[in-house]
Write a protein that binds this ligand. Structure first.
Ligand SMILES: [Cu+2]
Length: 260
């Protein structure tokens, strides 16, 4: 059903649930649209002036329309309580165990995405606001901390391994940004003062998506989905989904290029 809605190709394990919900909502809304539209046309014809020259004081006596209204409200309540809220709760709460997941910190700023990996040792190094330098150290990483020595950072490039649970800890340095990757069906605001975790499992590599879409230049794009200032339009990052081996190689190579 969702291919008719023009959604971007799906590339995450959990996104199918969101698509199913979007599909059901559209289906119910289509039924409502046709139903109310049909009723409107019926009322125009049934109560036309030539047939109803004088207004009827009591009006409709049957209760059919009340029953219909109740039925519509019940369907909407089922959509909300039975589908939307449980799905939302699952997306927000059931985070994968940290030892099975890859943890990445993504910090939005006007107008870029800073990505921070713990590096091969799996430990995030200390950060300090006094070390922060927009050009050379946008996250204020303290390279004297042993855990920080192999920490890898990138700007606007998020590399992820395929089929592995990912936990992104989202932050913002200045205003509200929003981390949106349509193919993963992921969108979350980055709010200054908060660290907000989101989780998803990308399940299609960039290379595979290029073959599937027939577009050799296909890239997963991180769109900032909140109007965050004058440069909002250029606040875009890219996600490269790699095989697990390629990802590990990339991380090791990046860690090697760091100055000791
Ligand atoms: Cu932004």
């Amino acid at each position: 059903m969702t291919q008719w809605l023009g959604l971007p190709p799906l590339a995450s394990a959990q996104g199918g649930q969101s698509d199913a919900l979007i599909g059901w909502t559209h289906l119910f809304m289509l039924v409502l649209f046709v139903g109310w539209g049909g009723f409107f046309v019926y009322a125009l014809i049934r109560f036309r002036r030539s047939r109803q020259p004088v207004a009827d004081y009591t009006g409709v006596k049957s209760h059919t329309s009340s029953y219909l209204e109740v039925a519509v409200a019940v369907v909407e309540a089922v959509l909300l309580l039975g589908f939307s809220i449980p799905l939302w709760a699952a997306r927000v709460d059931h985070a994968p165990p940290a030892n099975e997941a890859l943890l990445v910190e993504v910090t939005g700023e006007q107008f870029a995405w800073n990505v921070h990996y713990a590096g091969p040792d799996g430990k995030f190094g200390r950060t300090d606001i006094s070390l922060l330098d927009l050009q050379s150290n946008p996250l204020g990483i303290d390279r004297n901390d042993p855990a920080a020595k192999d920490d890898v950072t990138t700007v606007n490039q998020l590399y992820l391994p395929v089929n592995k649970p990912i936990i992104v800890k989202l932050r913002s340095k200045d205003v509200i940004h929003s981390f949106g990757v349509p193919e993963f069906r992921v969108k979350q605001d980055a709010v200054p003062g908060f660290t907000i975790p989101i989780h998803f499992i990308p399940n299609v590599t960039t290379a595979e998506m290029r073959t599937r879409t027939g577009n050799p230049e296909f890239q997963y794009e991180i769109a900032c989905a909140q109007l965050c200032g004058l440069g909002h339009y250029r606040m875009r990052g890219f996600v490269s989904v790699k095989t697990d081996a390629d990802f590990k190689n990339w991380l090791a190579e990046e860690a090697k290029t760091l100055k000791p």
